[in-house]
Write a protein that binds this ligand. Structure first.
Ligand SMILES: Nc1ncnc2c1ncn2[C@@H]1O[C@H](COP(=O)(O)OP(=O)(O)OP(=O)(O)O)[C@@H](O)[C@H]1O
Length: 265
């Protein structure tokens, strides 16, 4: 089986700081992979490299066998890698529906003249985009708030809208940076179900950075642990939970029974 995303020996230095080194991962269609590690371990740097926000100091990234080197962030999104951010980035003063439609405009093919003159080809594409955007909102149970201003939504709903916006670009790989940040436990549980259903429905690979262990352990098939820019462990949630290196270096906690291990929540 060919990986949808193939990352080899990836690394980046900032001045004297090796923020990431020798990072390797193969991600397959329909997988949910977790990326965890303490603050400053290099997790967001991985996403910034995958989306060409940063160019690597070394190593390569291939999406469906094609290297992304030299592509800018817009081109990477167009070729199939979409992301959300740790800090929510929505257009807060426009509607929920328009937020999704703006994200879709990347993929539209009408010309500037067709748009300015409002020619039939423009309206046809706009109508189709509106339908697709409504369908996407329905996945998140948000069609009822399509006309509300994005900034007026509760926090958890804004996070869901961010994911809907990322999906609007038709990604093959979806990168979620701390999707449960700031959510309460019931919103987090709901988010877990949503992430699973996105994977199943859109048939895509998902990589997520998350500090909430109940979410990571609950939905990831595979987890990579970063510490000081290096992968110190990878495996199933069970393997990670019981890996002494991980427990020691990152999440070590004595359980009430005196055993060391990673707590799932
Ligand atoms: N543009 C940059 N210039 C200089 N240093 C940077 C830059 N981006 C990241 N770093 C450094 O690289 C290291 C990794 O940062 P990164 O944001 O990837 O960590 P993280 O694992 O995502 O942390 P957190 O969980 O706190 O978000 C940190 O030491 C950070 O200060």
């Amino acid at each position: 089986m060919t990986p949808i995303l193939d990352v080899a020996n990836l690394g980046i230095d900032f001045g004297g700081l090796q923020a990431l080194d020798d990072f390797n991962i193969q991600v397959y269609n329909n997988e949910i992979v977790g990326l965890i590690g303490p603050n400053g371990a290099g997790k967001t740097t991985v996403f910034n490299l995958l989306t060409s926000v940063y160019q690597p100091s070394r190593g390569s990234i291939a999406l469906e066998g094609k290297k992304t080197k030299g592509k800018n962030t817009y081109q990477v999104t167009q070729s199939g890698i979409a992301r959300t951010f740790q800090n929510i980035r929505l257009f807060k003063d426009i509607s929920v529906l328009d937020n999704v439609m703006v994200a879709m405009h990347n993929g539209m093919s009408y010309t500037l003249a067709e748009a300015v003159l409002r020619l039939p080809s423009y309206w046809k594409q706009e109508a189709a985009a509106r339908r697709t955007a409504m369908d996407l909102l329905a996945v998140f149970d948000m069609q009822g708030v399509a006309d509300a201003k994005a900034g007026s939504l509760p926090y958890g709903a804004q996070r869901r809208l961010e994911i809907a916006r990322a999906l609007a670009t038709h990604p093959k790989v979806l990168l979620l940076d701390e999707p449960a940040a700031g959510m309460n436990p019931s919103e987090t549980a709901e988010l877990m179900t949503t992430i699973r259903s996105i994977r199943d429905r859109f048939n895509i690979a998902i990589i997520l950075i998350e500090h909430d262990m109940s979410l990571v352990m609950g939905i990831c098939e595979r987890i990579l642990v970063l510490n000081y820019g290096l992968v110190i462990a990878q495996g199933t949630p069970e393997e990670i939970r019981n890996n002494p290196l991980v427990v020691e270096a990152y999440l070590g906690k004595k359980d009430s029974d005196g055993k060391k291990g990673i707590q799932a929540s």
